[in-house]
Design a protein around this ligand. Structure first.
Ligand SMILES: NC(=O)c1ccc[n+]([C@@H]2O[C@H](COP(=O)([O-])OP(=O)(O)OC[C@H]3O[C@@H](n4cnc5c(N)ncnc54)[C@H](O)[C@@H]3O)[C@@H](O)[C@H]2O)c1
Length: 363
């Protein structure tokens, strides 16, 4: 049976939104049997990429507000790879409340629009969007809570791609359960990014009977996400999210690591790197006989396309939940797609559980 379109709202038209919107164009004509890198399935529970349509978008930057989404995704300071030419969409980026969205280190780069702010609840409802994708900057606690509340009032599902904790927060997760609104979150886990590589290596060591004695993961990049995270007090939640995403795997093996022996987080901003992110990882361990060994990894990725496919699958899970009147945090999809889900599994187990989720709820 052919389903309706998945109409989505996007908040924060930065690099990640750019990759997502470009991807919707790039794979628009994909056939059900085509292999698409970065998606679990081309046909996901009955939905393809062509079924996803952005119907409303919000930002605060003068370079983006009032522009067609097709122009806003390439506007300054966005600097991710351009892999698709998006034609005019007819979706004009709406101005939104800034709240705590703009940090110290980006306030000179992002000029806040003075265009009139329409009632977001009305705009969202009128748009017909059924899912809101949150791409606000790290540290936007108030702005994320503001949009989570609007989702609840508008009865719109939420895909929370960043580390303001909603699915793992008791009060917020209960609100989504009580309203029977699905949410996938928090903090998107890229296709092959630093988090998943670090998790998989951690599991490899522990599966082979080797302890994780000490470890670090240092990340550098040149996009506004990294620029914003120069502000130490804004990036606390990102550090927590990235750290526990790795240490949770140690816990699943019944082992532990002292906090002083783990250092994981964003580390510096190098403007000329643009959306290229480089992660340096080190794990120190011991072989048989307590003989020391270590591994060092250097990973280089284009940050935003790396997560866009995962977001497309998260959106489709959220839609299957809406189709089946399932509300609250979607535990298994969140575990596979996000760094900070309500419950952590290994990635292999999480993937199997998402496959079961798709089978259970496909029509
Ligand atoms: N790149 C990845 O793979 C990845 C992975 C995990 C999490 N994330 C998270 O996703 C989020 C988005 O990342 P990005 O690279 O697109 O960031 P970005 O800085 O490029 O985009 C953020 C956008 O939000 C807008 N904005 C700021 N305050 C706003 C407000 N109050 N209302 C509406 N819009 C507002 C900014 O103008 C900007 O366009 C970040 O929090 C990032 O940490 C990204």
């Amino acid at each position: 049976m052919k389903k309706n379109k998945i109409k989505i709202a996007v908040v924060g038209i930065g690099n990640c939104a750019s990759s997502l919107v470009q991807g919707l164009t790039y794979y628009k004509s994909a056939k059900e049997n085509d292999k698409i890198f970065g998606l679990m399935h081309t046909n996901f529970g009955g939905y393809t990429i062509a079924d996803i349509e952005v119907v409303v978008a919000f930002d605060v930057n003068t370079t983006k507000v009032g522009k067609d989404l097709a122009d806003a995704i390439y506007a300054h300071p966005n600097n991710t790879a351009v892999f698709a030419e998006v034609k005019k969409t007819g979706v004009i980026v709406q101005n939104a409340q800034v709240l705590d969205g703009i940090g110290e280190y980006v306030k000179d780069v992002i000029k806040i629009s003075d265009k009139k702010i329409a009632d977001p609840l009305k705009v969202l409802k009128d748009s017909g969007a059924t899912i809101l994708v949150n791409y606000l900057p790290v540290g936007s606690q108030k702005a994320v809570e503001y949009w989570a509340d609007i989702c609840l009032k508008a009865k719109v599902g939420m895909v929370n791609c960043m580390p303001v904790f909603i699915t793992t927060d008791k009060v917020w997760s209960k609100k989504f359960v009580d309203a029977n609104i699905p949410i996938v979150g928090d903090d998107i886990k890229a296709q092959v990014g630093a988090t998943i590589v670090h998790r998989v290596l951690t599991n490899l060591f522990l599966d082979r009977g080797m302890p994780i004695d000490r470890t670090y993961q240092l990340n550098v990049g040149g996009n506004t996400d990294f620029q914003n995270m120069l502000e130490r007090k804004r990036l606390k939640s990102k550090e927590i999210s990235k750290t526990q995403s790795v240490t949770s795997q140690i816990g699943l093996h019944g082992e532990s690591i002292k906090p002083e022996n783990v250092h994981i987080g964003p580390s510096d901003y190098v403007p000329w790197m643009k959306d290229n992110k480089v992660a340096f990882m080190r794990i120190e361990s011991r072989h048989f006989g307590d003989v020391p060994m270590h591994i060092e990894v250097r990973l280089s990725v284009e940050d935003s396309p790396n997560s866009a496919g995962v977001v497309i699958d998260a959106i489709r899970c959220c839609r299957l939940a809406l189709d089946n009147s399932i509300g609250g945090p979607l535990v298994e999809p969140s575990s596979y797609f996000m760094k900070s889900p309500p419950k952590q599994y290994t990635d292999t187990v999480a993937r199997e559980k998402v496959e079961e989720f798709i089978e259970r709820y496909r029509k």
